[in-house]
Design a protein around this ligand. Structure first.
Ligand SMILES: [Fe+2]
Ligand SMILES: [Fe+2]
Length: 312
């Protein structure tokens, strides 16, 4: 494989001048090595996230209350596979060996958020994943759609955004329906208790810990991690409150922002799917150890995806 230095002919100054002139980057010919490395990184995270949601959602769809509900869940899975395909195709255009990337990479080298490593074991958890995880994906991709300087991805996201809207509407419609019944609502609440905090982690290290330099400068994204976390809470918290469901966050009128009301980050018992909140907050370094080790479903999901491919 050619190196990034061989593939990307522009200097960093040339890329900055190109962007300062308000132009988009259309391909390798407009990229510098730094730009290429950065866009590959963010595209890989996005494509891996879309891809792994497929085995996760398929597994949970077995709990669909009726056949037509199973059908809706499977149409979401099809969308996610198409979204993953868009990302990997673009990576292929950027000189990455797609087959090696998807089918020969070790499971722990995949770059999707830790949340997908925790199994969804019921219809309650699947529809909440649509309301929480797809909402997180939507917040992140809308930011890329409006801020990205990489033209081919920016344009492809117009369609992806519409489909993600359908996924989170599917989640919200079901959350609303299930909240109307006391027993369903109780089960929804106990799923929400672990899933809400896990999605807060999705957005990564707080701004005080992470320097975004190149990601913002080269326009791979527009908002910082904390801003994205706020944008997600602004969608999810009022909705859950309206449903009469409890979430450990509220809007602070004076500060004009959402505030998390539980220890965060915290230790997570991944087998019991329970937060050890009584132990108080832990450090982000400890969270990074859990993320790096990956969670319970990582190997199974990745092996499943790679087996499908090998069978072809
Ligand atoms: Fe998607
Ligand atoms: Fe989705």
């Amino acid at each position: 494989m050619a190196t990034v230095e061989e593939l990307a002919p522009r200097t960093e100054d040339e890329v900055r001048a190109h962007l300062a002139a308000g132009k988009l980057v259309e391909g390798l010919r407009h990229m510098s090595p730094e730009y290429l490395r950065g866009i590959r990184r963010i595209l890989t995270v996005s494509a891996d996230t879309e891809l792994v949601s497929a085995p996760s959602y398929i597994r949970a769809a077995q709990h669909a209350p009726a056949l037509n509900n199973f059908g809706s869940a499977m149409s979401i899975v099809q969308d996610e596979l198409a979204h993953a395909h868009i990302g990997y195709r673009l990576l292929g255009d950027l000189g990455v060996d797609m087959d090696a990337l998807i089918y020969e990479r070790a499971p722990d080298q995949f770059k999707y958020p830790y949340a997908f490593d925790v199994a969804l074991d019921s219809w309650y958890e699947l529809v909440l994943a649509n309301a929480l995880y797809d909402q997180a994906g939507f917040v992140l991709l809308s930011d890329v759609h409006s801020s990205s300087t990489f033209g081919p991805w920016k344009r492809a996201l117009a369609k992806v955004d519409k489909e993600e809207t359908f996924h989170l509407r599917h989640g919200r419609t079901w959350v609303k329906k299930l909240s109307a019944d006391p027993e369903d609502k109780r089960r929804l609440q106990s799923a929400l208790d672990w899933m809400f905090i896990l999605t807060l982690e999705w957005f990564g290290l707080p701004d005080a810990r992470k320097r975004h330099g190149i990601q913002l400068e080269y326009g791979f994204k527009g908002l910082t991690n904390d801003e994205l976390r706020q944008a997600w809470m602004a969608e999810v918290v009022p909705f859950m409150e309206e449903m009469g469901l409890d979430v450990p966050a509220h809007h602070d009128e004076e500060a004009g922002r959402y505030v998390i009301d539980c220890p965060f980050p915290a230790a997570f018992d991944e087998e019991a799917k329970r937060w050890l909140l009584d132990e108080g907050p832990i450090s982000w370094d400890e969270v990074i150890v859990r993320w790096k080790a990956r969670g319970p479903m990582n190997r199974e999901y990745v092996h499943k995806l790679q087996r499908w491919y090998r069978a072809l």
